[in-house]
Design a protein around this ligand. Structure first.
Ligand code: T46
Length: 131
């Protein structure tokens, strides 16, 4: 449910040369199995539109900004804007997500608990609500 959604602070190491942020397994509640990223998203376009049976993941706006629209099976909705490279949004399993309002040049980095598996996706919203 949406109660398990969290904003995670990613450690930031700052000095005169700029910032460095690092994600190790102690920052997130799962072992990292995959990393992918969304970029060059055309303005007005959106991504997602599905839920995961098992996968948990952390979304980070490493550049620019975007909105994450989250829905749970009870019909609750929450919209979270990500725009900081040292804040991650933890999305547990069984949460419907859509990512929209990408700014120009936005990059969404995703750190995932599982390798890619199409069988883990629920891509039908009605089926999601009745699961
Ligand atoms: C999510 C959001 C944030 C692969 O072959 N391997 C992969 O690891 C991924 C993520 C995708 N694909 C293939 C499957 C599709 O043919 O790439 C194509 C686009 O995937 P999808 O339509 O699922 O992309 P998004 O941006 O709608 O969703 C992705 C993730 O799939 C999803 O888990 O939460 O990013």
């Amino acid at each position: 449910s949406l109660n398990n959604i969290k904003i995670i602070d990613i450690p930031k190491i700052t000095d005169v040369r700029g910032n460095l942020s690092v994600i190790e397994n102690d920052v997130i509640p799962f072992n990292i199995k995959r990393v992918y990223y969304l970029y060059d998203v055309p303005s007005g376009s959106y991504r997602g539109g599905h839920a995961h049976k098992k996968l948990q993941q952390l979304l980070i706006a490493i550049s620019g900004s975007f909105d994450v629209v989250l829905n749970d099976i009870h019909g609750h909705q929450q919209i979270i804007t990500l725009n900081k490279p040292n804040k991650g949004l933890l999305i547990p399993n069984m949460v419907w997500r859509e990512i929209e309002e990408f700014s120009s040049g936005a990059i969404c980095l995703v750190v995932a608990s599982e390798t890619y598996n199409e069988d883990d996706y629920i891509r039908d919203f009605k089926q999601f609500l009745s699961s």
